[in-house]
Design a protein. Structure first.
Length: 233
């Protein structure tokens, strides 16, 4: 599919029509792609701006709509709404990995599903909409697309640290023991992939993959929480 067709397809998903569609293209261009193509702009600057626009929009919304909440409570809610996990969930809903331009090497090592890359692209898209259409349009876009995250944050259903959440849950069960086991790893030292399982009372309760041991353990804990029906996928 030609690039312009892909961008138009994503526009339809986002319910946004760009005046300058090159902004959307830049928002979806990873640095690994730009490093191979001289003179190509990539999305890190847009990501920087998008983060601020997102923070402002969510801060204003919470301030105006939750007047009974303290500054500390509002800060915690905002952190949950704009965290990397929330951004990743939104990106998955758009099937965003399909539209990102990245190097073959990045793609072969799982770049299209990597949490950090997808989350960064969501922020970059927010910035692109802000530049293209202005603050009111992007605020409406954010509130419509983050509505589920806002409601989850209010109900405290968003988890920033899956390992801690699982540990707290298991501690409620007397004499229960949780442990993590590195099953295997593969790939060169600079791009190694780790496979981990989490065991509860010596029974495998979840498995995870990541590009660091910590990431693979977090993903194993997340799967365990899903299987225990503590959180939704």
């Amino acid at each position: 599919m030609e690039r312009i067709s892909l961008l138009k397809e994503l526009e339809n998903k986002l319910l946004i029509n760009f005046n300058n569609i090159k902004l959307l293209d830049t928002a979806l261009t990873h640095s690994s792609y730009a490093n191979q193509k001289k003179g190509i702009e990539y999305n890190e600057r847009l990501e920087f701006l998008g983060d601020s626009v997102l923070q402002l929009t969510i801060s204003e919304y919470l301030y105006l709509n939750y007047i009974d909440k303290t500054e500390g409570e509002l800060t915690k809610m905002r952190a949950l709404i704009v965290c990397e996990n929330s951004l990743h969930e939104i990106a998955r809903g758009w099937d965003l990995g399909k539209y990102i331009k990245m190097s073959k090497g990045e793609e072969l090592t799982g770049g299209r599903t990597r949490v950090s890359i997808l989350a960064d692209c969501v922020e970059a898209i927010i910035a692109a909409i802000y530049i293209d259409a202005g603050i009111e349009v992007v605020k409406k876009f954010i509130l419509e697309n983050f509505n589920t995250m806002i409601n989850k944050a209010i109900r405290n259903e968003i988890v920033l640290d899956y390992k801690t959440k699982l540990q707290e849950l298991i501690q409620q069960q007397e004499n229960s023991i949780i442990s993590y086991n590195l099953i295997s790893f593969e790939g060169p030292p600079h791009r190694r992939k780790f496979y981990t399982e989490v065991l509860i009372n010596e029974k495998v309760s979840g498995k995870g993959v990541g590009f660091t041991k910590k990431e693979s353990e977090q993903n194993a804990a997340k799967e365990a929480l899903i299987l225990l029906e503590v959180i939704n996928e």
